[in-house]
Structures are given as C-alpha cells and as structure tokens.
Design a protein around this ligand. Structure first.
Ligand SMILES: Cc1cc2nc3c(=O)[nH]c(=O)nc-3n(C[C@H](O)[C@H](O)[C@H](O)COP(=O)(O)OP(=O)(O)OC[C@H]3O[C@@H](n4cnc5c(N)ncnc54)[C@H](O)[C@@H]3O)c2cc1C
Length: 444
C-alpha cells in the first residue's frame, strides 16, 4: 500500500515515521522546500547550523520527549535552567522562579495574589469549551484585574500575537499557562527547558534515515499542485510535472494550500465556512561575539520596539553548539495584511536593529558576526471565539483523503508536543483504515 503525505514539516515526518514503523505501507512525503522540517527546519548561519526559528522543549512536552526516545535521541536531550524576563519602562525584571514572581515589582501584593489565582485557576481548568466562548482579555481581567492584565498578561500576549491578541479566545492563554507555567520543575520551582544536541537538524536527519531504511522517503523540492480522487479508488497527485497514484493521502500543510490544490468537495470545513486566519512571523536573527540577553524569553511591555519579544537562544544552548557565537532572535508576529511583508530584508534589519539599540544601549554593531531575516507566513491559526466550530475535520468526504494540520488544535497551542499528540491520536484510527484496506485488497 502506498501513502502520500503532503508537507514535510514535523507533522508530516512524525506521521511518516509512525506509519512506516508500525505498518507495512510505504510512505512518500512530498515537501516543496529544499530542506525538510517546515517551520521547525534549520539554517546554515555560517560557522554553525541551528534552527531557522527558535524551538525549546518544556518538561510538559511528554509526547514529544517520548517520541524522541522512540527514535533513539533520548540521550541527546539537554535540560538547562532557563530564564524569562520582562522589560518595562527601561528596566528588565527576571520572573524565572516562584520567588522572583513574588518579587515582581510591577505589581503590588494584591495584584500578585490575583495573578497567582489566575495561573492556579488556569492550570486546574479542563473545560476549554467554556473558555472558547470568552475573549482572552475579558477572562484575564475577570480573574486577575485590570492592572495585572496591563502589566503582566498584555506584554505576554503581545509577544506571542502582536496586535491580533484582541481577537483570540481565553483558550489561547489557558494552553499557554498549562504548558509554560508547568515548565517550572516542581522540586525547585525554577524554569527548565531543553534542546536536542545539534538542534532540530538532528531530529530530521534521524527521521530521514529511519524512513529510508523502511523503503519510504522524503521528496524535497516537490511542490504539490493538485490532488484529485481517482475513479478507481485512491488519489492522484500532481507534482514536479508528473501525476502519481496513491492509495491514501494525508494532507499536513496549511489550509490555504489545501484550498488551492484540492476541490472543495474533498474537505470538510465548518458549517459556517468562516475562514481561519493565520498569523505569520517576521524575525531578525543576530549572530554576535558577545551575549545580548541573559533571558531565553524576554516579554516586552512597551510599544517602542519594532519586534514583540527577544529570544536569547544562547542563554539556553551550550556555546559549542553555535561555534562559540551567540544567537538571538527578534520576532514580530503579524497578521497576513501587515505592511511588514512588503519590506525588504535590508529595511527590516535596519528597523529592528534600531529596536535592539533602544533596548540594549550598550549593543555595539562591531560585535555582530552576521544578521539574517526569516519569515513564515502561516504560523499560528487564530483561536478566535468558538474556534472548534470552524476547523476542518480529519476525515473528509473521501475515504482515501485525510487532513491533519495545526489548524485542528482546538485546545492546544501550536507547538511540537501537540504535533506528536495529534499524530498519535490520528494513528489509532488510521491503522485500522490501513488494515481494512489491505484485507479488502487481498479479498479482491
Ligand atoms: C517562530 C516560531 C517559534 C516556535 N517555537 C516553538 C517552540 O519553542 N516549541 C515548539 O514546540 N514549537 C515551536 N514552534 C511551533 C512549531 O514550529 C510548529 O508546531 C511545527 O513546526 C508545525 O509543524 P507542521 O508540520 O504542522 O507545519 P509546517 O512546519 O508549516 O509544515 C507544513 C509543510 O508543508 C509544506 N508545504 C506547503 N505547501 C506545500 C505544497 N504545495 N506541496 C508540498 N509541501 C508543501 C511546507 O513547506 C512545510 O514544510 C515555533 C514556530 C515558530 C514559527
């Protein structure tokens, strides 16, 4: 049996690994880029290769950690203490342990208690269905008050979603609370995060190797142009100027691509047909001789910087991973119609560098080894009110076509642990579909 997976991001590759290691089917992953990995892919920064965007593993990412063990990378996971900072009114504050939380100077004792209550309530709630009916701002103000919202939550939301945070439901911050506040290890109540030696490249190299051994493969530089049902069963895929027949197709790329390459009868979108909006990210990356920030994540509480956060990757990752150079990411999350998309890399670099100098007056351009601008147009589906009602179903009207992508994360944030969880849930039924297909073929 031949299965095509459209999209060689982490979703497509975890799925390919699961299918080829647990069934007799062979898999072809069709990926339009020249590297595997999609949003989690890697980049050559000159003297070292590291993630194109920043990725960290948290202690609650148990499905991802189990998956890494499954593919033999357990020993490569490196846990480190990580620091989170807040910038407001020209001052940096660390909020990286429960103790520092108590000292957080921007809130008085009562507001801090209300903040603690919000986090406790959030981490103990499981009823996401109720949360998707409330705007994130309304929920946070109701639980923690306006001051806690303005001083603490708004900068965090801004770092993740930019101006668009006003549109999302409380599910967005609830998933964030569940994932990140549990990142503090219960023993020390201090934040820890991890990376894999060599970054995500190590993971993709391993997956590529495993697939090859099972007779499956990843076809890079292979943009899917069309997917259509074959009258005799299965699907035909048009890519690289050829048409190939597959018994089953799983589509893992963003929804706008699906709408381009398939007919509307092939997928099952909501009753309301409301389109799903995605946020994208524009990111300046600086490779420098000296560190820029001690924090892994810096949330920015004023609006004078052109980016929405600072990620000090080298505060987490050992320096030998990056040729003793420091790598820092300056992301800005923006909507699809933002003017930033039309700016050149030079314009973005100049604009963002002004922000770096504003935030870090001691920053010296002479310390810069290189700068890079990375963009991703479709990153974060916007979890608006009643989002679960508008997402596409995994099973479609065609028995041989499935949709499996991050737009279906109704009660999780977009992260790689959720990617693995989503694939594992899918595999439970998909394995049965593969088995009954094989039995049918033998009977014929
Ligand atoms: C800035 C940033 C920071 C992040 N930080 C973290 C983090 O710290 N921790 C974490 O767990 N997660 C993080 N994530 C999220 C993580 O990257 C995503 O969860 C994950 O990459 C989603 O994978 P995916 O395969 O579902 O989607 P994608 O990676 O988008 O994969 C879709 C693939 O489809 C391909 N494609 C599109 N059209 C076609 C076509 N026509 N034909 C063939 N192929 C096509 C694309 O090229 C792409 O490779 C971050 C993401 C970003 C952008």
């Amino acid at each position: 049996m031949k299965i095509a997976i459209v999209g060689g991001g982490l979703m497509g590759l975890v799925l390919a690994q699961k299918i080829s290691s647990s069934t007799k089917a062979t898999v072809k992953v069709l990926e339009q880029d020249t590297l595997p990995g999609g949003l989690s892919t890697y980049h050559n920064y000159g003297d070292f290769t590291w993630d194109k965007f920043y990725h960290a593993i948290t202690p609650t990412d148990t499905d991802l950690i189990d998956f890494l063990s499954e593919i033999g990378l357990e020993e490569q996971i490196q846990w480190r203490r990580s620091l989170t900072g807040f910038y407001e009114n020209k001052k940096f504050h660390s909020v990286s342990s429960s103790f520092e939380f108590l000292l957080f100077p921007l809130l008085g004792p009562i507001d801090k208690m209300r903040l603690g209550y919000t986090i406790l309530k959030g981490s103990r709630t499981d009823d996401w269905k109720a949360l998707e009916k409330i705007h994130v701002t309304d929920w946070l103000i109701k639980l923690g008050g306006k001051k806690t919202y303005d001083k603490f939550w708004a900068p965090m939301l801004h770092a993740k979603l930019g101006e668009n945070h006003k549109k999302v439901s409380a599910v967005f911050i609830w998933t964030y609370i569940k994932r990140l506040f549990k990142a503090r290890s219960s023993a020390a109540k201090k934040e820890h995060m991890a990376y894999v030696n060599g970054g995500y490249k190590t993971i993709f190299d391993r997956l590529e190797e495993n697939l090859k051994q099972k007779g499956s493969n990843i076809l890079l530089d292979s943009k899917v142009e069309n997917i259509s049902p074959d009258p005799n069963g299965g699907m035909n895929i048009n890519y690289n100027g050829t048409i190939e027949h597959f018994d089953k197709v799983v589509f893992t790329s963003p929804l706008n691509v699906m709408e381009k390459v398939t007919a509307p009868e092939l997928y099952n979108i909501s009753k309301s047909k409301k389109p799903i909006d995605y946020l994208g990210v524009v990111c300046l990356i600086l490779v420098t001789k000296k560190p820029i920030t001690p924090f892994y994540v810096l949330n920015i509480g004023d609006n004078d910087t052109p980016f929405t956060g600072v990620i000090g990757m080298s505060s987490l990752v050992d320096l030998e991973e990056t040729a003793n150079q420091h790598i820092t990411y300056f992301p800005k999350y923006v909507g699809q119609d933002n003017e930033l998309w039309s700016k050149s890399d030079e314009e973005i670099t100049k604009n963002f560098l002004n922000g770096v100098k504003y935030l870090y007056p001691d920053f010296d351009e002479a310390d810069m080894i290189s700068s890079h601008v990375h963009r991703a147009f479709k990153v974060q589906p916007m979890q608006v009110l009643n989002y679960s009602e508008i997402v596409p179903k995994v099973n479609t009207p065609h028995p041989d076509f499935y949709v499996l992508n991050t737009s279906q994360f109704v009660s999780e944030s977009v992260n790689n642990n959720s990617v693995v969880t989503h694939v594992e849930k899918f595999m439970k039924n998909f394995k049965n579909d593969i088995e009954s297909y094989s039995e049918k073929s033998i009977a014929q």
